[in-house]
Design a protein around this ligand. Sequence first.
Ligand code: 6GU
Length: 246
Amino acid sequence: MRLDVVTIFPEYLEPLNVSLVGKARARGQLDVRVHDLRAWAHDKHNTVDDTPYGGGPGMVMKPEPWGEALDSIIESGEGRPVIVVPTPSGRPFTQELAVELSEKPWLVFTPARYEGIDRRVIEEYGDRLDVREVSIGDYVLAGGEAPVLVMVEAVARLLPGVLGNAESHRDDSFAPGAMADLLEGPVYTKPPEWRGRGIPDVLLSGHHGKIARWRRDEAFRRTVRNRPDLIERADPAAFDKKDREI
Ligand code: 6GU
């Protein structure tokens, strides 16, 4: 998969050299290219923003540098990328969208600062390409760079061969399957006693059926407590009699 990121803070994307994404790059599974938007600004101050038409606070990112940057990146590759525009006014970034994006060969991210990008840029590329305006949650950040780090990590770990073990996805919170509507439950490792706290007996029982049931009950309990909205939204057929006792 190829990923391009256009930003006025290329150094903000340094974490893409670390850990899972960094290793995927080193192995050649991910081709990540970070571009400085100011390379496509032409005045002597490399200006990329201006005051908003209609007045109001803050600044708006000018369309010309974005247009030149995107044209040049699009022309540099084969086919059409999906353009991901991080914005608090976008559609929610979900695991479902992460899966969809992980199946695309090429993504271009356009994190903005200030009050956002001149609307005509989104319209211009939306006429020709698949453009997704995406928000990572109901809070406002100073720019889209941290959301790009979030989205790239969520997408990269889904690529074939990036996580050591394909099974690691199976019980993820929000992963499709038997536990689709539940958060992941608690996990334990050695030592068997730590500061006087033991391991739930069932996990030491070797009884795979009972362990699976216990994990499901714990996942259900945690979901009721932390995300009751997920239970409300779920298909009632996803729950059984034992769930209803919790
Ligand atoms: Cl994608 N950008 C900004 N600036 N703030 C956000 C966001 C994105 N998602 C949630 N808050």
